[in-house]
Ligand binder design. Structure first.
Ligand code: NAD
Length: 328
């Protein structure tokens, strides 16, 4: 298969390309990425000379820039490219609509025009909005996004669905919970807290810190997308999650314990507007229909992740943003 992976220089995309090259050495991967602040071609340094891999710097909104790749003849698109940080979406919603909605629509049009045999839209559980203290999101849960980020991802999902219903484009949508692992940009909770804790800086925590996320190790997400790409039933949505519900404070305390740092570093700050209280995923469908099971448990995955950032503090320094807040 020849696969266009958009956003492959970001956190999950770069882990996905590394995973796919290790699992499918005969497939070809074209990484299409604009290299925004969140993209870093250094995330894939070790595969740059791999003949199965190619990097193309391009904007998914720019049809003329992306079309030559489709003209070459490709089998599939896996669309990771997105503006992904909720805090930034509150400051600049228009950019999120342009990249996440218009960018996806540009790729859908090209996929239709050139007869691509699978389009996988990498979406998020955030499109479902928020849960109370109990319950899980299923694929049938209503789409009720609460932030400009999740609304733009939901908009993209609806277009992807419409291209299946209207044009018969073979699509899948995956909706995964929060990922953690190597190469995550340090504006997101886990790498930001590790970075600040290592430097004995205050650890900003929104509100009471009791917002709950369902954490999944990034490689388990990559394995799920690979399964959907190869075996997903056209038109279907697959939820992905690890049943690892933890509050932000629980995650932060684990990091402090591992790094042997004091809880006095925790600093509660004013809550983010529209901050979803709890996400949790029912992943029965992908488990039963595609045989996916997560291979990392939270305890070992988070410890391996903390160690990775400790060993790669230079990477964190190099990509660091001035935003300096924490969130999804
Ligand atoms: P990220 O911000 O780390 O990476 C996004 C990548 O997209 C970057 O490399 C960036 O340069 C690229 N990009 C942005 N705009 C582009 C454009 N116009 N054209 C081409 N490339 C562009 O994001 P991530 O955390 O790796 O998330 C990847 C995808 O997975 C996103 O679609 C996100 O919604 C989804 N997702 C993320 C999580 C999570 O926990 N991080 C969970 C579920 C779903």
């Amino acid at each position: 298969m020849k696969i266009v992976v958009t956003g492959g220089a970001g956190f999950i995309g770069s882990n996905f390309i590394r995973y796919m090259l290790s699992q499918h050495p005969h497939d070809e991967f074209i990484n299409v990425d604009l290299l925004t602040y969140a993209g870093n071609s250094g995330n894939l340094m070790e595969v740059q000379t791999n003949p199965q891999y190619r990097f193309v710097k391009a904007d998914i909104r720019d049809k003329a820039a992306v079309e030559p790749l489709f003209k070459e003849g490709i089998d599939a698109v896996v669309n990771f490219a997105a503006e992904s940080h909720v805090d930034r979406s509150i400051l600049q919603p228009d950019l999120f609509v342009m990249t996440n909605v218009i960018g996806t629509q540009t790729l859908l049009d090209l996929s239709r025009q050139y007869g691509v045999s699978k389009f996988v839209q990498v979406s998020t559980d955030e499109v479902y909005g928020t849960l109370g203290a109990t319950g899980l999101f299923t694929e049938e849960s209503p789409v009720q996004p609460n932030s400009p980020y999740s609304a733009s991802k939901a908009g993209a999902d609806l277009l992807v669905r419409a291209y299946y219903e209207t044009f018969g484009l073979p699509i899948n949508i995956t909706r995964c919970s929060n990922n953690y692992g190597p190469y995550q940009f340090p504006e997101k909770l886990i790498p930001l807290i590790i970075y600040n804790a290592v430097h004995n800086k205050p650890l900003p925590v929104y509100g009471d810190g009791l917002n709950v996320r369902d954490w999944l190790y990034v490689e388990d997400h990559c394995r799920a997308i690979d399964l959907v790409l190869r075996r997903g039933v056209d038109g279907e949505i697959y939820n992905i999650g690890g049943h690892n519900e933890r509050s932000n404070l629980q995650v932060i305390r684990t990091i402090l314990t591992e790094l042997n740092k004091p809880e006095s570093l925790i600093q509660h700050i004013e809550d983010r507007p529209g901050h979803d209280r709890r996400y949790a995923i029912n992943a029965d469908k992908i488990r039963k229909e595609l045989g996916w099971t997560p291979q990392y448990n939270y305890e070992s995955g988070i410890r391996a992740t903390i160690r990775w950032y400790q060993d790669n503090i230079a990477w964190l320094e190099q990509v660091l943003t001035p935003l300096g807040e924490q969130g999804d």
